[in-house]
Design a binder for this molecule. Structure first.
Ligand code: NAD
Length: 477
């Protein structure tokens, strides 16, 4: 797809989100003005700043958009991409609001964008851009642990979040909670175990939950359970790589992988880690010896035979133009906005299911919430109770052994006695969130035959929760 086509489609992105909202709102019972308040973007900060480049200056375009303040702080990633525009950041900020409501994370939605291709800048330039972007946010009170808390998104990661944390802390000396101003930080800089892989792990849990419902799988003509399901993943970045990794761990077979430069396919399965290492070494997914087919046009990869398709790159990838060629019966949206409304309608009319972005990729913000809590409490999860738990478990095992006269093996003993690590607690909180939220959405979907998609159902739940917050807050003055 040409860049201009992608750009034009991206400019409809906020409109698409609002249309989905309006469609779902008819299944709620709220005042039109309240619905308008929920739907609107509250604060749009568009700014430009210079950096030094070569012998001169370069001006960088950037945004931070806070969509809803029904909960504070607001929360959302920062996208580094030359395709970023205001409409896209508004759409992504709105999706954050609904996403947080769906998974019961107490934040309003926000998003940031820096219009650059990070690959075209040196490390020093990227650091300068990130720090200057942070200072611009500080100047306008668009960042802070109780104000607005950024995180990684497309094109950014732990390294950038570390620079943001350091800049914020430096500019706010003595602020005790300064490191809670950004999440997705490196572990050594008060990040949290499991954040890096959280979005992909969440996508994999969402898929596992979806295919565990026998009634829904029977309608799709699929067996129940993830084992043996054939899966294609688009994008081998943070979300795509980890989705593929955990889907494989759960028993799925990754048959196709699509990246910028092309796609590869093998109906017997691809080793995700080997493909990742091959791409790292050669700079391309193509030429991987374990592939049986390869496609120079990456979009062809999406159309190969599979049960489940996980778009985990960018928006507007599955459109009315290619939906008829998609063989998958389930689309699990790792990326934000990968399916256009027309494509979604066509897919449902073919009898498919779409696990919507605002739920499917909510694992990232869920674990970001845990990181923020950790930063505010200044203690790692498990630190206070791990040894206590182990001693209690030890006493219990000793008592049971002495009453029954049965001795457990050392492996059995240690698995029962062991207290939970931070990673185990994070993963269990994430799993609980994803499982509960899936069934909440599914129940809404099933509750009314006019609710046409799981996305509509997810919106209905989100709108109802946000409406309650606004009603409780009242209007001041
Ligand atoms: P990333 O930068 O780590 O990876 C994106 C990958 O997609 C890159 O490897 C890139 O080369 C590839 N890609 C780009 N265009 C492509 C195309 N046309 N075909 C195939 N591959 C392509 O980004 P990410 O953090 O993994 O984010 C991906 C998506 O997930 C975005 O929509 C983002 O908003 C969403 N998301 C990310 C997070 C997170 O925690 N990082 C959380 C929620 C949602």
């Amino acid at each position: 797809m040409s860049n201009s086509i992608i750009a034009n489609q991206a400019e409809h992105f906020f409109g698409d989100v609002c249309n989905n909202f309006d469609h779902a709102a008819q299944f709620t019972n709220h005042d039109a003005g309240l619905l308008d308040q929920i739907k609107s973007c509250n604060s749009v900060y568009r700014f430009r700043f210079p950096i030094r480049r070569g012998n001169g200056f370069e001006v960088i375009d950037a945004w931070r958009i806070e969509h809803s303040h029904h909960q504070s702080p607001t929360k959302g990633g920062i996208r580094y991409s030359e395709m970023v525009n205001e409409d896209e950041v508004m759409a992504l900020a709105a999706l954050m609001t609904y996403k947080c409501a769906i998974v019961n994370v107490p934040f309003g939605g926000a998003k940031g964008g820096i219009k650059i291709n990070p690959k075209n800048y040196t490390l020093q330039e990227l650091e300068n851009i990130t720090r200057r972007y942070t200072v611009e946010l500080i100047k306008k009170n668009f960042i802070g642990p109780s104000v607005d808390v950024p995180a990684p998104d497309y094109g950014s990661g732990e390294r950038e979040m570390g620079w943001i944390a350091d800049t914020y802390a430096t500019m706010n000396p003595g602020q005790l909670d300064a490191l809670g101003a950004v999440t997705g930080k490196p572990l050594a800089l008060h990040g949290i175990a499991g954040r890096r892989e959280a979005t992909g792990r969440g996508v994999a849990i969402a898929v596992r939950e979806c295919v565990s419902v026998a009634e829904d799988m029977a309608k799709l003509g699929l067996t129940t359970g993830i084992t043996g399901k054939k899966i294609i993943v688009q994008g081998l970045g943070n979300v795509g790589y980890h989705s593929a990794k955990f889907l494989t761990e759960f028993g799925g077979i990754i048959v196709g992988l699509c990246e910028f430069e092309g796609a590869i396919y093998n109906e017997d399965g691809l080793d995700v880690e080997e493909v990742f290492q091959h791409r790292k070494a050669t700079g391309s997914i193509l030429g991987f010896s374990g592939a049986k087919k390869e496609f120079k046009n990456s979009m062809e990869g999406l159309e190969q035979p599979c049960d489940i398709l996980v778009p985990a790159a960018l928006e507007n990838q599955i459109t009315e133009a290619n939906i008829k060629n998609i063989k998958a019966k389930i689309i699990a949206e790792g990326a934000n906005g990968p399916t256009t409304p027309g494509a979604e309608a066509a897919f449902y009319s073919k009898g498919g299911i779409i696990i919507p972005d605002m739920y499917a990729n909510a694992g990232g913000v869920t674990v970001s919430y845990f990181e923020w809590l950790k930063n505010l409490s200044h203690v790692a999860f498990g630190r206070m109770n791990r040894r206590f738990e182990e001693n209690s478990n030890l006493n219990l095992v000793n008592t049971v052994e002495s009453i029954t006269g049965i001795s457990l093996s050392p492996i059995q003993r240690s698995s029962i006695i062991k207290g939970a690590s931070e990673l185990e607690l994070v993963n269990s909180g994430l799993e609980d969130t994803m499982i509960r939220s899936y069934h909440e959405i599914r129940e809404t979907y099933k509750s009314n035959s006019k609710i046409d998609t799981q996305r509509t159902a997810a919106f209905v739940g989100a709108i109802n929760k946000i409406a309650v917050s606004y009603q409780n807050l009242g209007v001041w003055p």
